[in-house]
Design a protein around this ligand. Structure first.
Ligand code: IZC
Ligand code: ZN
Length: 421
């Protein structure tokens, strides 16, 4: 078969190929092909090999690119973000440094609720342009697929506005987006004494959003002073009946039993887990719930890191995401989260790379399309300005990307976006 594009002279090709989620000791295994090439046709990988075995795929129109001996990995996947929102929260930054907690700020009507106000008063264009800027940054860091949550409306119209912006961006931007409805993100002040009434509104809204086909996943912020385990269970069960796949913000600050609930309900991922119990982790391993850990949030809130080593020892599949949001993680930089995967979570560089590629693809149910470099999968890949995986985590705080390809098209060159539109 004649290829559209061939990348030759790849020093190390980290395919991240796997027959399922990577877990336990297997999380540290990465198939590496040295002196490799990849060839692409119609946006997909058609052949992967070593040395010069690509000659018979070169036609008149084939573009052959020299990777100059560098490292190539699958496009990175950010499977937990609060991408679309209005405003920013630097006004709360110093308060936090003085020791006022994230939840106390929320209880005072700030935090998520202040972003809800900023999102309500933003026009669609404003939300679109702000989120597009963030997506460009993510792409420049090597991210080619992003999960994007709503949750800054807490009423139907603004939730729809956020989800529609994400849908338009999915259409117009090279990054593929996966959409999550997070109507249960906070309790508006007027419902503080009446959670049940607010929850019944969420149930109505989730049906409408499903009818409009605006979200594939449903998520709940299960946390002390936000949604209890019982409330989260009630909401997520209804979401499942409505056709959503499930996610949960679990045991981020207080050990409530969110990990246990994720296993009980068959969530695809449980996210955060800084305070997850050992029983909860064991239950997640048994039910194959992916632990989606967000170490940049631990860093930014100056909190402890999730116990990734224990999770891996107990057989849980671990993914890592940015949690990009205006409160607890105002940074789009997934490479920084990867570096904290080593420095904070004590994961190995190989485990971290699997966590942001193949395991992250499972968090968004895209494991058959992306997450590894395999024949038939979408040709999303990154050429790093590095000859090995370790260097990406060791040399921290900088962007290691050389070039990014999305569906076989060059979208980042010399560290800057170069797609048309
Ligand atoms: O805006 O604070 N944790 N939700 C749960 C967030 C962080 C986003 C925010
Ligand atoms: Zn979150």
């Amino acid at each position: 078969m004649i290829a559209d594009l061939i990348i030759k002279n790849i020093g190390k090709l980290a395919t991240c190929k796997s027959n399922g989620t990577k877990s336990g000791k297997d999380m540290n295994n990465i198939e590496i092909i040295e002196n490799a090439y990849i060839s692409i046709k119609d946006g997909k990988f058609i052949s992967i090999g070593s040395k010069d075995d690509y000659y018979n795929m070169i036609g008149e129109k084939t573009e052959v690119v020299d990777a100059n001996g560098l490292l190539v990995t699958p496009g990175l996947i950010d499977s937990h973000t609060h991408l679309v929102h209005g405003g920013s929260r630097e006004n709360e930054f110093y308060k936090k440094l003085l020791g006022v907690s994230y939840i106390d700020i929320l209880k005072q009507g700030g935090g998520i609720l202040s972003t809800v106000n900023a999102t309500k008063i933003s026009t669609k264009d404003e939300l679109y342009n702000k989120a597009k800027k963030s997506l460009d940054r993510m792409l420049e860091f090597g991210v080619t697929t992003v999960e994007s949550k709503s949750g800054y409306g807490l009423e139907l119209d603004t939730e729809i506005k956020q989800l529609e912006v994400a849908k338009e961006l999915n259409h117009n931007h090279p990054i593929d987006l996966v959409h999550t409805y997070l109507g249960a993100h906070a309790i508006p002040l007027e419902y503080r004494e009446n959670h049940d009434e607010f929850i019944s509104k969420i149930l109505e809204d989730m049906n409408k959003i499903k009818e409009l086909d605006l979200a594939e996943f449903c998520d709940v912020f299960c946390e002390d002073s936000v949604f209890s385990v019982e409330e989260s269970e009630f909401i997520l069960k209804k979401a499942k009946d409505c056709g959503y796949k499930l996610k949960i913000h679990a045991d981020e600050i207080v050990s409530l039993g969110g990990a246990e609930l994720s296993a009980k309900l068959g969530c695809i991922s449980a996210d955060h887990l800084m305070a997850a119990s050992e029983d909860g982790i064991k239950m997640m391993a048994k039910e194959n719930v992916v632990a989606n850990i967000l170490p940049s949030t631990s860093f930014n809130l100056n909190k402890s890191y999730a116990n990734a080593r224990k999770m891996i020892d107990l057989g849980v599949s671990v993914a890592i995401s940015s949690d990009y949001n205006p409160g607890s993680c105002p940074s789009e930089n997934l490479q920084f989260a990867m570096q904290l995967g080593c420095l904070g979570l004590k994961m190995t560089p190989n485990e971290v790379l699997n966590a942001v590629t193949i395991n992250a693809s499972y968090c968004i149910d895209r494991q058959y399309e992306i997450g590894s470099i395999e024949v038939g999968k979408k040709a999303d890949f990154v050429i790093f300005d590095s000859t090995n995986i370790e260097y990406l985590m060791y040399h921290f705080g900088i962007n290691h990307v050389d070039r990014v390809y999305k569906g076989g098209k060059l979208v980042v060159k010399d560290k800057h976006v170069c797609y048309n539109n």
